[in-house]
Ligand binder design. Structure first.
Ligand SMILES: [Zn+2]
Length: 246
């Protein structure tokens, strides 16, 4: 018997065209549920293979940061009627146990998802999420946008955190994304020597990755929500171009 590459399963068919909603099933066997699992909601809109790039949008990497998840849940409501090229994968509460609990880290294992990449197939729940993102989602994505908001411990001026790749052509595409996002503030930075983050994982896979801090103090500021909910980003590659609005 061949072991699956990940223990997280889903009824979402990433290659099927059209709109789908479903969950990632994170197995979690514990005292109150021997065969339990944690469902992590996601939505997929696929215009068809070869029509454009795959964009992965995530919120709730930290569970006490709300502008991203709220904007992405609003986007999920519009997705069935959206006309796109390429493929859009939306996960508004990536570390869903932390999101439901309203905390930065998971109540299941105290895991801080953004410090646990590349994760572990057989690890604790938060490590398993990181491993799924690293092995199953990043290989499918061309562009990743991960929305943060400071969290309970501080408030952050709404700022896009950009780490342009060194290679010239990818850097040009990346800076198009940064300009297209049009954040009120953009900070160009490196990965701070940190290789446990989602950004570092995306860089390992050579994917274009944007993240940002759009609020804080575990609230949801209406002005900051408007910033992340009304971005129009043009994703281009050498022979195709698509637009999204989240
Ligand atoms: Zn965060």
């Amino acid at each position: 018997m061949t072991s699956p590459a990940t223990l997280i399963t889903t009824d979402i068919e990433f290659e099927r065209t059209g709109f789908q909603t479903g969950t990632l099933r994170l197995p979690y066997s514990h005292d109150r549920s021997a065969y339990g699992h944690v469902p992590i909601p996601l939505a997929l809109l696929n215009a068809g293979t070869g029509t454009g790039p795959t964009v992965l949008l995530t919120g709730g990497n930290h569970g006490d940061e709300y502008e991203g998840p709220v904007a992405l849940m609003k986007l999920m409501q519009r997705m069935p009627s959206m006309a796109i090229r390429g493929r859009l994968i939306v996960i508004p509460g990536l570390n869903f146990p932390a999101f439901v609990n309203g905390t930065r880290t998971s109540p299941l294992d105290h895991g801080n998802l953004n410090r646990l990449f590349p994760g572990a197939r057989n690890g604790q729940p938060t490590e398993m999420i990181a491993h799924y993102v690293e092995t199953e989602l990043l290989r499918r994505a061309d562009v990743v946008i991960d929305l943060h908001a400071g969290g309970a411990s501080f408030d952050h001026a709404p700022t896009l955190l950009a780490s342009p790749p060194a290679e010239r052509e990818r850097r040009a595409l990346y800076m198009d994304l940064v300009r297209g996002f049009g954040a009120p503030n953009t900070m160009i930075m490196d990965l701070l020597g940190e290789d446990r983050t989602f950004a570092a994982a995306a860089e390992r896979y050579g994917k274009l990755f944007l993240c940002g801090e759009f609020g804080g103090h575990a609230g949801c500021d209406a002005e900051n929500l408007a910033i992340v909910a009304t971005r129009r980003v043009t994703v281009a590659n050498s022979n195709q171009r698509s637009k999204r609005r989240n």
